[in-house]
Design a protein. Sequence first.
Length: 585
Amino acid sequence: MKLWLYSVICLSAALLAACTGAPVVSPVDITARESQAQAAFDSGDFVTARLLYTELVERTGGAEKGRFQIGLARAEVALGSPESALAILSTIPGPVPATVDPNVTAVRASAYFALGQAVEAVRLLVEREIWLESSAEIIDNQLRIWNGLAEQSNPDLARQRTGDTTVDGWLALAPLTRLSNDSARFLSALIEWREEFGSHPATGRILAERLATLRGEGLRPGKIALLLPLSSEVRPEALAIQAGFFAAHLASGYADESSIEVYDTARRGSVESFFTAQIEGADFIVGPLLNNAVEDVQEQAGFIPTLALNLGEQESVATPNFFQFALSSDDEVEAIAARAIADGHKTAAILYASSDRGYEQRDRFRTAFEARGGQVINAVAYVSGSENLSAPIEELLNIAQSESRFERLQANLQRNIEFEPRRRADIDMIFLQLEPAGGNVDARLLVPLFKDNDADPTDIPTFATRDIYNPTRQGGDPDLNGLVFPDVPLLVDPTGGAQAALSRLTEFSTASAYQHPRLFAFGFDAYQLVNALSLKTDASWPLSGATGELYLGVNGRIRRVLPLAEFRGGQPQPLGPSVRPADPR
């Protein structure tokens, strides 16, 4: 374009603007100016932030303008002008109503807190939490409530009641926001507060975070509470766990830095023991042991890190600071399925006890085996302790059908012929599920019958649950030769962490520990888990334990990967390292 023509165009545009009275606005990089405004706000230069956001509001429209109005309102609150902030927020346009926009609500609540209208601020933020999705956003929202209450000077705020238990629970926490330097008083006040607001959403989130900060994150606990039913009918088992727990404590090298207080849940009750342990200053709680007690305690958990010694019913439920550890038979079934597939077995038959536990483990194995590409061909139940165990084995192996075919053939030929029943040939392996009470006895009866029906475990691989093995039985079990089973490393492959537990078991020569070595190992690992869960580092996992290779699941459950052993010469012999699932969590 010719230089003179360009000059004429520019002059004409200037004259037109002058004639119409329209201002000449220089172009602005909106994105860059927004970054400058945010940086000014983050650095505490709220005056500059207000100027920049005001300019952005004037230069934009629609949803973009609404975003800058929110920024301007935040600056007004920070500068001590909450009324101006509320006025700005009331004019925000957009398709989303300002009353449910989380960004608008957050600033509006800040303005109400600044005006001393804490009830309205809390109500807004409680409603805001409904629209939040991530855990981080919810924690941030609860922190807004906590910090806003900490700024209030109204001494009667904690006694106000609105009829909304969530709002009232937050208001009742106002005095606690000023106890952040006194962990004992803070915890005592929390316990009292929870008597009225036990299911409040703050319990498992912001309050747990506050307690963790007071205790010191990533530190070994100074006081550990151990909850066991010592004066109940399971006293021998509880004593074995206690012996293992204290053995690990003495072997840890931290015995002088921490203490253990034992609470008898059979005498006090699980929930009362749990509350008492918190009030008396426990930094970490281990227990309770019984399944129904775990359910009761989980409802009250969240403040103090807790490792329950059993599993609750709802596997998907995750409670902050609440972990669950058990000698679960599910881990055994997973170990069998993983090893069977790794050994190349593709088809399986299941012989299981006719009981609730038998049905559950049958289904668990089927699911685990088929998830890895295997196929269950047949599954038959037997009655534990029955005098006739041949029938279910014959049914499992199709011996009865073989005999029926022979009888039909002989009738058709009308003469005697030689016959030897044959088991079905499409089975790669057998899964033998046994009951804890009579597992060893049943196995010694069943295995000879397998052999009589052309299913010797040395010929067709037979995997059994660990109930076949009674470590306290004197002498060997030659009838079990060929059976493969998973068990705790302490008993079948004492290396790593299991070796340390085994040496301590020798020192703790109590009757309970020797009668229940698996539970001794369980208590030993429970103590090791306290340290791993307290330190909260990825380096803690997997943990080489006496009960297995331990992993922390995403739902707070501790999963075990188990070694397997095979009976040879009447004694279990380790089969080498465990087969790890792709995702043991």
